[in-house]
Design a protein around this ligand. Structure first.
Ligand SMILES: [Fe+2]
Length: 369
C-alpha cells in the first residue's frame, strides 16, 4: 500500500511540476511575461520533491513513507501559505492524500496540519478582512465535517486491512498445515513462490507481460489442494502405487476448487489448476496444450521442479543446484516450453544466490499470500 502511495504521489508531483512548467511558459511567452507566483510554485514543487528523490535510495523502506508524507505536508503547506489569496481548499487534499498510506497516524497528522494552516490563514493572515466571520465559521465547520467523514473512511479501511490480515494469516496457517503433512516439503510453497518471482521479475524486465501479484499468490497457493490428500500417501517413503499416484494428481484440481471457493480470480485459479501441465501435453489434470496453459502456471512448474530437485525427499537425497539445472535444461522442449531456456539460464545464478541465502538464514522470505 505504501508503495502504491509512493507511486501515486510521484505521479501527482510530476503532473504538478509539468503543469506548473507549462503554465509558467504560457505566462512567460503569451501573457504578462514573468510571473513570480508561478515561479514560486514551481520552486516549491521542485524543492519539495527534491529531498525525497535524493534520499529515498539511502533510507530503509520503513522510513520512506514517513519521509514522503513529511514532503507532502511541507509542499502543500508551503504552496498554501505562498498563494496571495484565501485558499484553504488546497489544504483539504492533505488528509485525502494521507489515506493512500493506509496508516491512521498519517491521517491524523495530515488533519492536524490542515486545521492548523486553515486557522492560521483565517486568523493570522487577516483574510477575515476579505471574507466575513460567518463565511470563515462555515468554512471551519465544513472542514471539520469533511474530516469527520474521512475519519469514518479511514476507520473502515483499517477494519478492512485487519480483516485482510486475518484472512492472510488463515491462509498461511492452511499452507503450513499442508506442509506439516510431509516433513520433506516444509517451506516448499514459499521457496517456489520466491523462485517464481525471480523468474517472473526477469521476464517482466525483458519484455514479457507477467502479472507479478497473481504469480506471487498462485505460486504460494499452488499445492494447497494437498490438504485433501491423505497424509500416508503424501509422506510415503517407498514407491507410490498407480492408485496412490492418481490420488496425488488430484491435488491440482482440489487446489483450484479451494482457491475458487476462497474467492480468488479465475486467472489465479487457472494457474493453480495447471501447474503440473507440460509442454508436450502429457501433464495433468487435463493434459492441456502449451498454448492453453497460463504463463504463470508454466513459471510455477519450473520453480516447483527446481525446488523439488534441490530438496531432500523421503525416497532420494537432494540434487545439487548444478545437477538440478541440467535436469531442468534437459526437460526443455518436453516438460517445459523451450522458450524458457534462456530465461532459466539467465536467472540460474540468482537461484543459486537465493539458495545460499536460505541455507545461511539470510533470506528474507516473501510475504505469504
Ligand atoms: Fe503440485
Amino acid at each position: 500500500m505504501e508503495l502504491r502511495a509512493e507511486k501515486i504521489l510521484k505521479i501527482l508531483w510530476i503532473t504538478c511540476i509539468m503543469g506548473a512548467l507549462i503554465l509558467h511558459s504560457i505566462y512567460l511567452l503569451f501573457r504578462d511575461g514573468f510571473s513570480p507566483i508561478y515561479f514560486l510554485l514551481l520552486s516549491i514543487l521542485l524543492l519539495g520533491f527534491l529531498p525525497y528523490t535524493l534520499l529515498h535510495r539511502f533510507i530503509g523502506k520503513k522510513c520512506r513513507a514517513d519521509l514522503l508524507f513529511i514532503n507532502a505536508c511541507l509542499v502543500t503547506t508551503a504552496i498554501s501559505l505562498s498563494l496571495p489569496f484565501y485558499n484553504y481548499f488546497l489544504m483539504i487534499f492533505l488528509p485525502l492524500i494521507s489515506i493512500l498510506f493506509n496508516q491512521r497516524r498519517f491521517f491524523y497528522i495530515g488533519s492536524a496540519v490542515t486545521i492548523g494552516v486553515t486557522i492560521y490563514e483565517l486568523f493570522f493572515k487577516n483574510y477575515l478582512e476579505e471574507i466575513s466571520t460567518l463565511q470563515a465559521s462555515i468554512d471551519i465547520a465544513f472542514l471539520f465535517a469533511y474530516l469527520f467523514i474521512l475519519d469514518f473512511v479511514v476507520r473502515a479501511n483499517a477494519q478492512y486491512t485487519k480483516t485482510s490480515y486475518i484472512y492472510d494469516k488463515t491462509l498461511n496457517t492452511l499452507i503450513l498445515a499442508v506442509e506439516a503433512k510431509d516433513d520433506y516439503t516444509r517451506g516448499h510453497s514459499i521457496r517456489v513462490s520466491d523462485y517464481a518471482m525471480i523468474l517472473g521479475q526477469y521476464m517482466c524486465d525483458t519484455g514479457y507481460k507477467i502479472d507479478l501479484e497473481s504469480l506471487r499468490i498462485s505460486s504460494i497457493l499452488h499445492d494447497i489442494g494437498k490438504i485433501n490428500i491423505p497424509q500416508d500417501i503424501l509422506s510415503k517413503e517407498g514407491k507410490l502405487t498407480f492408485e496412490e499416484y492418481n490420488t496425488i494428481k488430484k491435488h491440482s484440481q482440489y487446489g483450484a476448487d479451494l482457491a475458487k471457493e476462497l474467492g480468488y480470480p479465475s486467472h489465479i485459479v487457472e494457474s493453480i489448476l495447471s501447474h503440473h501441465e507440460r509442454f508436450d501435453g502429457k501433464g495433468y489434470p487435463e493434459g492441456k496444450a502449451d498454448q492453453d496453459t497460463p504463463i504463470n502456471a508454466k513459471i510455477i512448474a519450473i520453480a516447483d521442479t527446481f525446488d523439488a530437485l534441490t530438496s531432500n525427499r523421503s525416497y532420494r537425497k537432494a540434487f545439487s543446484a548444478d545437477e538440478a539445472r541440467k535436469i531442468v535444461l534437459d526437460s526443455m522442449g518436453s516438460q517445459f516450453n523451450a522458450n524458457f531456456e534462456p530465461v532459466f539460464e539467465a536467472v540460474y545464478p540468482k537461484f543459486v544466490e537465493y539458495q545460499a541465502n536460505v541455507k545461511n538464514g539470510n533470506q528474507e522470505f516473501s510475504k505469504v499470500v
